[in-house]
Design a protein around this ligand. Structure first.
Ligand code: NAD
Length: 353
């Protein structure tokens, strides 16, 4: 049944397809900008340079120092590059780490952002920015950090290694899953969530064996867009809270942590969110959401145990305490014993319960 809801569309212009990166210059003009600082990671330096060539005269600098978790020290270095180049916009090519840097610069200077995502993390569709300073992580939600334009170019994802395609894809599915049982869910986002899960769960098994399968790459990137919209639009619950805490406390890798935890968080919430579970099972063609996700991840040969990611077993208690520290919405009430048992199973890589 349709319930009372609020829906707020986010003002982002999206171009999707193959070869769409060729439109980057036109998109910058459309934004009224003409001096672009290109951002990327050291690993994607070549792609950054390629964007520079494409932009021609609008290319005024390259900063290839983006790293995971948006450290403030890196942002400060990039700010110097932005000022020296007298840039009036940034063009970010890469995954969530590069997008995070673009958002951090926009927050401080108001520069326009054109984001060209090459993973499935979805940050480009959200007004959320997480920054780190030492061991401290702060997260803000503000339209000031929302990118103005996003160009999805399927061709740029062809080089995403199979292992990263798998974990990044599950990271995207996690946004959609939690959107389906969010307290502030709405019918539009739920449609996007179900289709996002459908696209990615069909594409990922193909991509791990055939990384350049164009149909699967297209489905995966389209699914990632839908899932990113979900993350940007509604609140997240237990799964994201656990991953945030695990990542922050033990510096665990982002997409891999989401991959291990998701089946357990879904199984935990199953009885309290029957409509969400029905949507997930419909999308995946499985009979049980938590087990279906666990089996999908096994098929992808992706990590299934927190122990594999370097998490110490004696850290489980700390994470459980932190996960209970601030109250947040979750369809099923959260107790210390239940979370301890969930984390223990996830640490050992056991089937969810
Ligand atoms: P990432 O951006 O750190 O990328 C991982 C590695 O893969 C990097 O070395 C990158 O250069 C490389 N890479 C990316 N695309 C590639 C490609 N097509 N081919 C070859 N190599 C490629 O990883 P991520 O998972 O995309 O992003 C994780 C970060 O994003 C975390 O810091 C996370 O907190 C943040 N994030 C933020 C939001 C948000 O809404 N604020 C949402 C999701 C993730």
């Amino acid at each position: 049944m349709i319930q009372t809801f609020t829906y707020e569309a986010l003002p982002i212009r999206v171009r999707f397809g193959r070869g769409t990166i060729a439109e980057a210059g036109d998109e910058l003009s459309r934004l009224g900008t003409s001096r672009a600082l290109v951002l990327t990671t050291p690993q994607q330096l070549e792609q950054g340079e390629m964007v520079g060539v494409l932009l021609g005269q609008a290319f005024v600098g390259l900063f290839a120092g983006a790293v995971m978790h948006t450290p403030v020290a890196t942002t400060e270095q990039a700010l110097i590059a932005l000022r020296e180049a007298k840039a009036d916009c940034v063009v970010a090519i890469g995954g969530g780490s590069t997008t995070g840097l673009a958002k951090a610069l926009a927050r401080r200077t108001g520069v326009a952002q054109l984001v060209i995502p090459t993973t499935y993390a979805g940050s480009e569709m959200t007004p959320i920015l997480g920054e780190t300073e030492g061991a401290r992580k702060t997260t803000i939600r503000s339209l000031d950090v929302l990118p103005e334009t996003v160009i999805y170019d399927v061709d740029l994802t062809l080089g995403l290694p199979p292992a990263l395609s798998a974990t990044s894809g599950i990271n995207a599915i996690a946004h959609a899953v939690e959107a389906l049982y969010a307290e502030d869910r709405n019918p539009v986002i739920s449609l996007m969530a179900e289709d996002g899960i459908r696209m990615l769960s069909a594409a990922l098994p193909v991509l791990v064996s055939e990384p350049s399968d164009m149909e699967a790459r297209t489905k995966a990137l389209y699914g990632a867009w839908l899932c990113g919209c979900c993350l940007g639009a509604v609140g997240m619950s237990l799964h994201h809270k656990l991953c945030h805490t695990l990542g922050g406390s033990f510096n665990l890798p982002h997409a891999e942590t989401h991959t291990v935890v998701l089946p357990h968080a879904v199984a935990y919430n199953a009885t309290a969110a029957p409509e969400a579970m029905a949507a997930i099972t419909r999308a995946m063609g499985t009979s049980d959401a938590g087990h279906g996700l666990f089996d999908l991840i096994k098929t992808l040969d992706a990590p299934q145990a927190l122990s594999q990611l370097g998490m110490p077993q004696d850290g489980i208690k700390t994470v459980a305490e932190l996960a209970l520290e601030n109250s947040y919405w979750n369809p099923r009430p959260i107790t210390r014993d239940d979370i301890l048992s969930l984390l223990q199973r996830a640490w050992r890589g056991e089937r969810p319960q």
